[in-house]
Ligand binder design. Structure first.
Ligand SMILES: [Zn+2]
Length: 158
């Protein structure tokens, strides 16, 4: 900004339109810039820079520790995502459905959401696995367990 102004003022003077005020402003501006350069040189000499380096080193250590923690979390999350993908693939095989989306995602690169349960031959183990759930559907509504039922059923935890 100061340099731009100096160029403008210098250009104005070179164009023959300079006056005392312009000359004075240019002189003040040059003094300010020289003063700033001296301050910057002084700052580099005193021990403030040593303190800054110590602070930067401390921040670097903290950032490295955070990075290590973030990497650990990232690995843990990637493991969870991998386990979830494997579970969905197993369920898909059991249902004869898409192993990536179970036929639920129109944007699926494998099936475009069209390979729901029964799209392919289900695993014969499906019948045994799903039988208790189907049996529950056939029970009258009054025998369904509700959240307020204090009596745990066989194989359930209250
Ligand atoms: Zn799919």
């Amino acid at each position: 900004m100061d340099e731009q102004m100096a160029r403008l003022l210098a250009g104005g003077m070179a164009g023959g339109q300079g006056n005392d005020m312009t000359r004075l402003m240019l002189q003040l501006l040059q003094e300010r810039m020289a003063s700033r350069e001296r301050r910057q040189a002084d700052d580099e000499d005193d021990d403030e820079e040593v303190i800054d380096i110590a602070r930067l080193q401390s921040e670097a250590v903290q950032l490295r520790e955070r990075l290590t923690e973030m990497r650990r979390l990232n690995r843990a999350l990637r493991r969870q995502v991998k386990l979830a993908a494997e579970f969905i693939a197993d369920l898909g095989a059991l249902l004869g459905a898409c192993p990536a989306c179970l036929g639920q995602n129109p944007a699926c690169i494998h099936c475009q959401g069209e390979a729901g349960p029964g799209h392919d031959t289900p695993d014969p183990a499906l019948a045994d696995w799903i039988r208790p759930a189907l049996a529950r559907l056939r029970q009258p509504a009054s025998t369904h367990i509700t959240r307020t039922d204090p009596t745990p059923q066989q194989g359930e935890t209250p």
